[in-house]
Design a protein around this ligand. Structure first.
Ligand code: FE2
Length: 297
């Protein structure tokens, strides 16, 4: 290319660097950015809300989340605790890790609760091979693992911050939709109830975590990179789940079960993605139903 455009690009660089520096100047801006984003506006959730509740679509999402996050989340948390030398960050993440593992109560290990949820939904499992139906989760497992293996451990911290916020929004949207059905027992729904009630605290934890990110440019840039990429990965995961769901709906490819499709109740959607009141942190840690601060799994 001729020299002119190249010169123009060069002249833009300092401005871009300034803007980036300004954006990185405040760790809380990282949290604010993701709090402003919506997950309920993703086409997967828009369709779920607009039609009679499709428990086959819910099975597809949860089975893929189990594949992509639940099986690996303990390792990602533990790795970040080990790699980040700031013990305050380790302290926050260790609480989450403990909760993920059921706080010593094996029956409350979150991955087992999710297994129970997916098993309860399996009546509505859509037709197809696991390779086909769980590809989104398998890709998510690969992509979401990257920040936790990055050279700078603060990339993992950034990913956890964004992941907590995404999880809060996703679980809230899902919980609102599931209120339209009464086909699943409370026992099966334990994972959902647990996470839907406590995700508000998870977002608060993200704010606390972000404030502990060192102010130097390298660490902040790593955290931003981890957060941005993790959010993008989760959004693309929903894209893929939605694409599979849509492919099952094409004429001549109607393979999903229609059992359990529940008539839409518009009132159930009121207040979507609004924040719920959850037990205070002290109350939560001292007892109540299965206290947890975990984002996913
Ligand atoms: Fe969890």
């Amino acid at each position: 290319m001729p020299g002119k455009p190249e010169k123009s690009e060069k002249s833009e660089k300092p401005e871009k660097q300034q803007a980036q520096k300004k954006a990185l100047g405040n760790a809380t801006s990282l949290v604010r950015k993701f709090l402003r984003k919506s997950v309920a506006s993703h086409p997967y959730f828009v369709r779920l809300a607009a039609e009679p509740l499709d428990l086959g679509a819910v099975w597809l999402l949860m089975a893929n989340l189990r594949e992509g996050i639940s099986r690996h989340f303990i390792q990602w948390l533990a790795t970040t605790i080990e790699r980040v030398h700031d013990r305050r960050i380790g302290s926050l993440l260790a609480v989450q890790l403990n909760d993920e593992l059921g706080r010593g109560d094996f029956s409350q290990i979150h991955s087992l609760l999710l297994d129970r949820f997916v098993t309860g939904l399996s009546r509505w499992r859509v037709e197809g091979s696991n390779d086909e139906l769980l590809r989104a989760g398998q890709r998510l497992a690969q992509e979401a693992a990257r920040p936790f293996a990055a050279a700078d451990p603060y990339e993992g911290v950034g990913a956890l911050v964004a992941g907590e916020i995404f999880a809060e929004k996703m679980d809230t949207a899902l919980a609102h939709e599931m209120e339209r059905q009464d086909l699943l027992s409370d026992d099966v729904l334990t994972w959902l109830h647990l996470h839907a009630q406590l995700e508000v605290d998870h977002a608060e934890d993200s704010g606390e975590l972000a404030l502990l990110i060192p102010k130097d440019e390298v660490s902040l840039a790593a955290a931003w990179r981890g957060a941005e990429n993790f959010w993008k990965t989760l959004w693309q995961f929903l894209d893929e789940v939605h694409a599979v769901q849509m492919s099952l709906q094409r004429p001549g490819e109607r393979r999903r079960s229609t059992v359990g499709r529940v008539a839409a109740d518009p009132t159930a959607r009121a207040g979507r993605e609004t924040r719920r009141r959850a037990p205070g942190r002290d109350q939560k840690r001292s007892g109540g139903i299965s206290p947890s601060r975990a984002a996913r799994s």
